[in-house]
Unconditional design. Structure first.
Lengths: 254, 246
């Protein structure tokens, strides 16, 4: 599990995160939702250590990453983290296979054939085959996201972070990516945190949902609760989507 | 104050670049790739520019030499010493600041805006060291070779100009390029080249690494990399000349 305790973060005079306290449970798909500019990405990047925080603590397991981990422990923790970036962040100058092998190259003593086998396994896991020797520019956006997931799970991470995994994808591919993340989370018991404003994802895979508004947690709960929440800003966000309206209507009819 | 801020940031960046590599074999492999990309790919431009500059230096010296008392072999000597002392190190350094510097800044800058550097950091890789140290090693190892190639090609270019125009007897030119040869000039030139390689690589990488924004900023960083590298090359040129030749 990952826990944020009283986390605050400012950029200059602008307070982007204000006293955020939240627990993300292991083996679940935890979703951070909110409008653009609400502080979702900053929270995700603060959780993962890409942004330093001004106040508060971030706990992995039972240790604070800022106070209780030395350099070696932080490095070891980094190897347990996989991250799927908004644009995929694949290395342009490396092939798909080289991208997946990269973390194994860097941090393991595996033989070349073992690394290739593992890369093939990860590619199969994300339903990709015969793309090993293609460059990221030669595959579609959806395939790039799947390669990025394959790279993220190459070292069997305990924590998976996804920053807007569906951005730029068509609805069908988005569902494939969502289901893939959910399957992998359950299969490996990973703590997964997904940052999204896609209501489709919320209704499909959101087991725990945290709604951020103006840098503060405005609501948290499950996807069942979200449709009946008594929270104006959350309702404005959720019911801006026709999908949520229809789901609510269907649940009322049922 | 801004200058001091960036200078401090630059030295902190350099400290990270020279941190202990995660895995030497990977860095070695990267260095070989960078030698190919930054070094071998620069050979044609260095050859072309050096031949033409050697030719021009020889012809201009000849046409400006009106005094009949000055022996013609001094034209060969002038062409040789100009190439050894200044052109092959400084001018080639400035040309590489344009070619290699912009390449490094735009490559690293693009990696920054597409979150590839963040991806490296998340994996626990020291991104500045992984991306920059192999480039420093590659240019520090290969730029001296480029300088030697430039010296040879420049002097050869001067000879070609002599043969093609008949501006002076070929024998005078060949005698001149062997006359009063000071081997230390080559050492001096190669040492300057290594310092310039370090300046080009680190300044350009620093500019690329700290890009914020989009492709427009990558373009700006690339331009800044060339300008700042060139200025620092000129500064170190004066400094090293005073230190080594005075």
């Amino acid at each position: 599990m990952i826990e944020a305790i009283h986390v605050s973060k400012s950029f200059g005079d602008k307070k982007v995160l204000n006293d955020i306290s939240v627990l993300f449970e292991a083996g679940k798909t935890n979703l951070i939702i909110g409008q653009s500019g609400s502080g979702k990405t900053v929270l995700l990047k603060s959780l993962v250590g890409l942004h330093s925080i001004d106040e508060g603590q971030i706990i992995y397991g039972c240790k604070s990453i800022y106070n209780e981990l030395d350099f070696k422990e932080k490095k070891a923790l980094r190897m347990q983290i996989g991250m799927l970036f908004q644009g995929g962040a694949l290395f342009d100058s490396s092939t798909v296979e080289e991208n997946i092998i990269f973390p194994m190259d860097m941090f393991t003593q595996m033989s070349d054939s073992d690394k290739r086998d593992r890369a093939n396994f990860c590619l199969k896991r994300v339903h990709l085959e015969n793309v090993n020797h293609l460059y990221p520019a030669e595959i579609s956006g959806g395939m790039q996201k799947r390669v990025a997931i394959a790279r993220a799970i190459a070292l069997n991470p305990k924590y998976l972070f996804c920053d807007e995994p569906n951005s730029g994808l068509d609805p069908k591919t988005s569902i494939v990516i969502d289901n893939l993340i959910k399957e992998i989370t359950e299969e490996y018991g990973i703590t997964t945190i997904i940052n999204t404003h896609d209501m489709n994802s919320v209704m499909e895979i959101g087991e725990k949902i945290v709604f951020i508004y103006n840098g503060e947690i405005a609501w948290e709960g499950s996807r069942k609760d979200i449709l009946h929440a008594d929270n104006k800003v959350l309702n404005d966000f959720v019911f801006a989507s026709n999908l949520a309206k229809q789901v609510k209507l269907q649940s009322q009819l049922a | 104050m801004n200058f001091l801020f960036y200078l401090g940031q630059y030295f902190l960046f350099i400290r990270k670049v020279f941190a202990k590599p995660e895995k030497y074999s990977i860095y070695y492999r990267q260095t070989i790739k960078e030698i190919d990309k930054l070094g071998l790919n620069s050979v044609p431009i260095v050859i072309i520019i050096s031949i033409f500059m050697g030719a021009v230096i020889t012809l201009q010296t000849r046409y400006n030499l009106e005094n009949p008392l000055i022996p013609l072999y001094l034209i060969g000597l002038t062409a040789r010493d100009t190439m050894l002392l200044e052109f092959s190190s400084t001018m080639v350094g400035l040309i590489l600041a344009g070619k290699v510097g912009s390449n490094i800044a735009s490559e690293i800058g693009s990696m920054r805006i597409t979150e590839q550097i963040d991806a490296l950091e998340i994996m626990g890789v020291n991104s500045s060291s992984f991306l920059v140290l192999p480039k420093i090693m590659a240019t520090a190892l290969f730029n001296p070779i480029l300088t030697l190639i430039s010296m040879i090609m420049g002097i050869w270019g001067g000879w070609l100009a002599v043969l093609a125009t008949g501006a002076l007897p070929s024998n005078d030119y060949l005698y001149g390029i062997q006359y009063a040869f000071v081997p230390f000039y080559i050492t001096y030139s190669l040492l300057k080249t290594i310092v310039f390689a370090f300046v080009i690589t680190t300044v350009s990488a620093f500019m690329g690494y700290h890009v914020q924004g989009g492709s427009l900023e990558v373009g700006r960083a690339s331009t800044k990399a060339v300008v700042y590298s060139s200025v620092w090359i000129l500064f170190f040129n004066v400094l090293l000349t005073q230190l080594m030749l005075s």
